[in-house]
Design a binder for this molecule. Sequence first.
Ligand code: 5GP
Ligand code: ZN
Length: 117
Amino acid sequence: MTDPDCLFCKIVTGVLPSTKVLETDRVLAFRDINPDAPTHVLVIPKDHYANVAELARSDAALAAEVLAAAADVAAAEGVTESGWRLLANSGPNAGQEVFHVHLHVFGGKPLGPMISV
Ligand code: 5GP
Ligand code: ZN
């Protein structure tokens, strides 16, 4: 399931470049192009789902794989002990910009308050 108009599907298929951090059969992790922390990695299923709800309700096993990959990214980045944060935006109030579900993995510095308004 690939959407030819989707930015992250284009990264999955290699039409657009990315800096890969981790790859499995069904999951890809790559560095955010505009990082907000020393570690800022995006973890996505290779199949196209618009958001967390769509992924979780369509393929719970894949959702679990994405979550486990995020933990593997944290370990690979060496931030397991220092601490890291997972974030997933859904919809306008959260500022979601790319409608291919992605988990942001942040770490490598004190991350401050959970949200700013
Ligand atoms: P959202 O706001 O949808 O949660 O996050 C989208 C993220 O994708 C942003 O942090 C943005 O910097 C990142 N991004 C947008 N375009 C690209 C791109 O072409 N390559 C990479 N690696 N990241 C991108
Ligand atoms: Zn997509």
